[in-house]
Design a protein around this ligand. Structure first.
Ligand code: NAD
Length: 429
């Protein structure tokens, strides 16, 4: 099929590439001319495992191309996916100006029947607004359908998730686009659920809010564990073996972050408020998350006493492992808070250092994770990269002024760390 993706970011680029991989012809559009130039020259603007090879392969096969022209993308395809940002506004509601802009650009370029599919995470009823906008600004008298097709990929596992989705949600206002949507997704061999458009839009916000809730739940349990001498890892394992609960998203930490959970949670609270419902449960999820960071910072300041002029090594800048994405990263927030207290930082991340440089210009970036600890008063684990489990603990300990580790991701075994001579403080144990 001929598909166009508007917005070639984390979602758009990976979605477009995976569609090409299963045999569709895909045009990826972005209004960032520099990004398009980079992609056309064979560069990849983001890090996702397996993505670079797949992009190269599909560009070479002629099934994937890039343009800065929305008009070209709309004219040449039957199905247009929207994957542009939906960032938060200061009051927590969603800034829908990117979606409106794209709807107007699509309307201006429509030359035949099109299916316009929203993949961005949007408030319920956005599909109706997109349909109204297209109708208002479309000069040609052509028919179209608007579909909601929320995306559930995890950054860091985006290719894997897109190639093997748990389910595909297709929300429609009429039955007309259903067959084409099913044909588009047929190669992925995943269950397709067809719903009304409002339900599809709600499924995304309800899912992300639930996952955030699960993280805050285990983080709250970690507080009780610390107060009672219990071990949150064992509690999580015991809970997670119950099939009704499941082990995933029960990892205690310094809190969740990233470009999705915080903003989707705020958006869902706002949407509920606009419907006349006070979603107090989700406000508590936010509060627990903020407290988890406060508690972690307090653990550091309680132990190190004065932070001014102390040198602290930080392992991890990305908001989670396997990505270079630092948007709303708890690791970045932690660095900013330590800097505010006057600490000097030596930091390392396997993939996110380039993106972090604009946000943290005053820290020392260290290429080798085993050199981060040099002359440090403490080492902090802020992101759960698997590589960090292979840190040379002996070399790091010997290089430090004091062998203290604050592990915000529970990567190491407390008893083993003690045996190796570390003062080791983790979360909930
Ligand atoms: P992103 O910022 O990585 O990418 C968005 C791209 O859209 C950028 O390259 C930007 O230049 C481009 N763009 C903006 N306005 C445009 C326009 N008018 N025309 C053409 N291109 C335009 O964002 P993302 O992380 O891919 O997220 C996109 C949407 O998908 C958001 O609604 C997000 O909530 C949702 N989502 C994200 C993830 C994730 O893990 N990142 C997962 C599921 C859903």
């Amino acid at each position: 099929m001929k598909l166009t993706i508007i917005g070639t970011g984390y979602v758009g680029l990976v979605t477009g590439t995976c569609f090409a991989e299963v045999g569709h012809h895909v045009i990826c559009v972005d209004n960032d001319a520099e990004k398009v130039k980079l992609l056309q020259a064979g560069g990849i603007p983001i890090y996702e495992p397996g993505l670079e090879e797949l992009v190269k392969k599909n560009v070479a096969s002629g099934r994937l191309c890039f343009t800065a022209s929305t008009a070209e993308g709309v004219e040449k395809s039957d199905i247009i996916f929207i994957a542009v940002p939906t960032p938060p506004q200061p009051d927590g509601s969603v800034d829908l100006s990117f979606i409106e802009r794209v709807a107007r650009d699509i309307a201006a370029a429509m030359n035949s029947y099109k299916i316009i599919v929203d993949k961005s995470t949007v408030p319920v009823k956005t599909g109706d607004k997109v349909a109204e906008t297209i109708k208002r600004y479309c000069k040609a008298r052509v028919e179209f359908d608007v579909v909601s097709n929320p995306e559930f990929l995890r950054e860091g596992f985006a290719v894997e998730d897109l190639m093997n989705p748990d389910r595909i949600v297709v929300g429609v206002r009429s039955q007309r686009p259903v067959a084409a949507m099913k044909e588009t997704y047929e190669p992925f061999n995943a269950p397709i659920i067809v719903t009304d458009i409002n339900s599809a839009e709600l499924i995304k916000h309800a899912s992300n809010s639930f996952l955030a809730l699960k993280i805050s739940y285990i983080n709250a349990i970690s507080v009780v564990c610390e107060a009672t001498g219990a071990n949150v890892q064992e509690v999580a394992t015991g809970m997670g073996m119950d099939e009704r609960i499941g082990r995933r998203f029960l990892n205690p930490s310094l809190g969740f972050g990233g470009s999705c959970f915080p903003k989707d949670l705020s958006a869902f609270i706002k949407i509920s408020e606009q419907c006349g419902y006070d979603f107090a449960l989700l406000k508590e999820v936010q509060r627990i998350n903020a407290q988890q960071m406060d508690r972690f910072v307090k653990k550091i300041t309680d132990t190190l006493w004065v932070l001014k002029d102390k040198q602290i090594g930080v392992l991890g800048l990305a908001f989670k492992q396997n990505t270079d994405d630092v948007r709303m990263s708890p690791a970045i927030e932690l660095c900013q808070r330590l800097l505010k207290e006057g600490a000097r930082l030596r930091v390392h991340d396997p993939k996110a250092m380039d993106k972090a440089k604009a946000i943290l210009p005053t820290v020392t970036y260290v290429d080798d994770m085993n050199a981060v600890a040099e002359d440090c008063d403490a080492l902090v684990v802020a992101t759960e990269w698997d590589e960090f489990k292979k840190l040379d603990l002996e070399k790091s300990r010997k290089a430090m002024s004091a062998p203290i580790m604050f592990d915000g991701r529970n990567l190491f075994d407390p008893q083993e760390m003690e045996r190796l001579g570390w003062i080791y403080k983790s979360v909930g144990r």
